[in-house]
Design a protein around this ligand. Structure first.
Ligand code: DGL
Length: 267
């Protein structure tokens, strides 16, 4: 079997990244690990998330992958550098592609970033954006309730809208013209976020940007798949698969989603 692209996330949310990679590179084999026994990462310390990232990477490396995608924004924000130093394969996080797209898009040179508490606390998006364009102002906000809303499938109802209104009011009068959806789950709330924040503000979806980067890196390395047919996709989870399969089907629009439970690190 041709070597696969390995993807991990704290749980289900990384399927938004997988979906974009599949859309762009349908012939690639993909192995996905959702650390559903230890989700959410967004409320944990950098040390703990880094340990989880190492353990997830070790598991995927044992599956013979050619590249690793850290689909979780929190894990990318707090552990990507450490993972890159430790493991000798091409590794892509979701943060830099999102930051690059934001810098490319903003005209007002003022960008909003929303993410989990850990992502926002790390300041990683701000650093990445400032490194690319020191003149860009960044306004960041943690929106923790968006994750359970997406998991519940409440992505476009009155509750989602009310929560979005409460959070996004912070961006009023900041002058942002671009908002980075800095969490795997937030693209699912795109419609409601768009409605609340208004049409004048561009939404940056790190999932699509990351898929582009994956394609570019594989192309450069000449490691692309053989271009024949659909790739094989395998899904592993660290908790029992039922919930992942049920919600994952909604995320992917795939009625056939089957996952296997595995032990990773201590779980
Ligand atoms: N995957 C996480 C992220 O993108 C969201 C869920 C969590 O907190 O684990 O930040």
């Amino acid at each position: 079997m041709q070597k696969a692209i390995g993807i991990f996330d704290s749980g289900i949310g990384g399927l938004t990244v997988l979906k974009e990679i599949v859309a762009k590179l349908p012939d690639e084999n993909i192995i996905y690990l959702g650390d559903t026994a230890r989700v959410p990462y967004g409320i944990r310390s950098a040390e703990t998330v880094t340990r989880y990232s190492f353990e997830n990477t070790q598991f995927l490396l044992a599956q013979e992958i050619k590249m690793l995608v850290v689909a979780c924004n929190t894990a990318s924000a707090v552990s990507l550098e450490a993972v890159k130093k430790e493991f000798p394969l091409p590794i892509i996080g979701v943060l830099d592609p999102g930051a690059r797209a934001a810098v490319r898009t903003t005209r007002s040179r003022t960008v909003g970033v929303i993410g989990t508490e850990a992502t926002i606390r790390s300041g990683a998006y701000e650093k990445a954006i400032k490194k690319l364009a020191p003149d860009v102002h960044v306004h960041s906000l943690a929106c923790p309730l968006f994750v359970p809303l997406a998991e519940e499938g409440w992505t476009d109802n009155d509750v989602a809208e009310l929560v979005a209104r409460k959070y996004l009011a912070s961006f009023q009068d900041t002058g942002i013209d671009t908002l980075v959806l800095g969490c795997t789950h937030y693209p699912l709330l795109k419609t409601v976020i768009n409605k609340v924040i208004g049409p004048g503000i561009a939404l940056i979806d790190s999932a699509t940007e990351t898929a582009k980067e994956v394609a570019d890196v594989l192309e450069k390395l000449k490691w692309r798949g053989n271009g024949i047919g659909e790739g094989i996709r395998k899904y592993y989870v660290t908790d029992t698969p039922a919930r992942f399969e049920q919600i994952g089907k909604r995320f992917l629009g795939d009625s056939m989603l089957r996952a296997e439970q595995v032990k990773v690190g201590g779980v």
